[in-house]
Design a protein around this ligand. Sequence first.
Ligand code: GLA
Ligand code: ZN
Length: 671
Amino acid sequence: MPELKLSFFGHGGDYNPDQWRHIPGTLDEDIRLMKLAGCNLMSVGIFSWAALEPEEGRYDFDWLEEVLDKFAENGIHAFLATPSGARPQWMSAKYPEVLRVEENGIRRIHGVRHNHCFTSPVYREFVRRINTALAERFGHHPAVVGWHISNEYGGECHCELCQAAFRQYLKDTYKTLDNLNHAWWTGFWANTVTDWNQLHSPTRIGETHVHGLNLSWKRFVSHQTLDFMKAEIAPLREITPHLPVTTNLMTFFDGLDYFRFGDVFDFASFDSYPAWGRGESDEDEALTAAFNYDMMRCILKKPFALMESTPSQVNWQKVDKLKKPGMHFLSSMQAVAHGADTVQYFQWRKSRGSWEKFHGAVVDHVGHEHTRTFRDVAEVGDALKKLTGVLGSGTESDVALIYDLNNRWALDNSQGPRFEKHYVETLLEHYRALTRLGVNVDVVDQTYDFEGYRVVAAPLMYLIKPGVGERLEAFVEKGGTLIVTCRTGCVDQDDLCFLTGFPGPLRRVTGVWAEECDGLWDNERNGIRLSTGETYACRDMCDLIHAETARVLGEYTGDFYAGMPALTVNDFGAGRAYYIASRPEQAFLDAFYAKLLPEAGVRPLADNLPVGVQVAAREGEQGRYLFFMNFSRRPAKVELPAGTDALTGEAVFGEAELPVSGVRIVKCQEV
Ligand code: GLA
Ligand code: ZN
């Protein structure tokens, strides 16, 4: 597997020089500005297919060669893109099969990006040819350090080719119609399938009520997208086996199982667009960003690229706030703190026309370097040069939080006991409590190895794949601490309910049986009274559980089930498993983990963090770096460990003030 081996922190962004070819001198000016801003890594050619292949079979790569040559002369590197994210007009006109078909059966016409069928052999062949040509021409160019495959894969196609591929996928998965009928429980509403050709993607003009079908389709879309990506990469692997490949992923995107991308790409990369500056504090935006960074780092358990972020504002949120002074630096360092080895932007030069002409960019329409944004970017460039010791280093975490896409699909699709299950919100509540306590968290799915963690939290793990219950049991037996919540262990891999009493495969380890689950209205609350006296509100869903071997630590305060267990713990082997039977308020989780982490032997990276101040650590051959980051929008006091400020070189130890949006990066003293 080729690695992304950079000897410098990557800094740069999406660069679209083909849009500026008619203004002579722009490329030279861009290069002057890139050097001035400390930028050394650009992603080129992402949406350039029309420029690269102006008519069928005629490639025009000379402009790109000039760009790459000038990069190489000036010490700038490139992620070279494959252009499949948007196809040229001539292709859609001549070969309409490359365009997507919507759920209602209507084929789209040319327009926007990501409007292509992942199955179409015609599209795959066009992609294979241009990727081959790009690899042959530039694969050994000194400026090129990796492949940027397509752009933000997503969406689905319901064309006949995709239907046929879906049927084949189902045949490969289920082998026989009997198996499929059983797995999908098709006796319901006379859905029994008697011929493979009857199978069709879920659609509102047809079937959407068979959960097994819906889940299979989600899995198929992921599978087919990865299949397309493998086809994109095949010629690159052959011609440029030395170059690592990636594709850029999105925040909490639920259309694809990103954890499976680790089987295909060499490093993960991520596009991060928090809505900084909303409300009173940036804590929540920072949590969402950090959660996603932790997930990116865990896909392959190695550093990732921050492929896109905005240097100032975006142009697609409801309201696009400018980054307040200091926020660009802070948000860039946050990605590094959580495992990024690059800081890149969308985009380098602000476009003059069309949809993204008011999206933040390093070089504004005015064209020079005397802007606040440019200075902010240059400041990051300066800092990254001082952080070379962090490059390539890893993250040690005692705590894993399970975020599972198969679970998300099944849970969101399930009917009852209320519409909104709030999976992502619930994950973030657990993540918030853990972050406030100053620990590194790994975000993994249920297929990962739990060995090596002290604590595994698996909120709302409704779907449990084969073997996962056993692995979690073994984890607890050996001394681990497991936390699960209401609505756990209800269905198996096929979305069929366990018939052994919920939480299914986790019944033994949690020592509880969840007999029923009550849905609560949005404004309805129950309470959890702990045996230690405190009471907390809870909402959404209340499991009515029986403590079988578990001890009861808290009870419901309301409704006809007041007095029934709401929090339990089960001693199991050398470890223990907690069952939180509802969705408690944040204060409950803050207190719960504050008690649990020390008991589980998890040491925080820093004590007494003010709310809104986050800490993360990276460790490698050059030592341990602790990042203190203030997202609270108020000055805050922190306790720095003994070490050296990685940016100023000063010795540090003890109390320090972090200004609003302040960051301190401490290279810890060896112990
Ligand atoms: C995405 C895309 C980019 C650009 C940005 C704008 O992340 O990958 O091409 O459109 O959004 O924020
Ligand atoms: Zn299709």
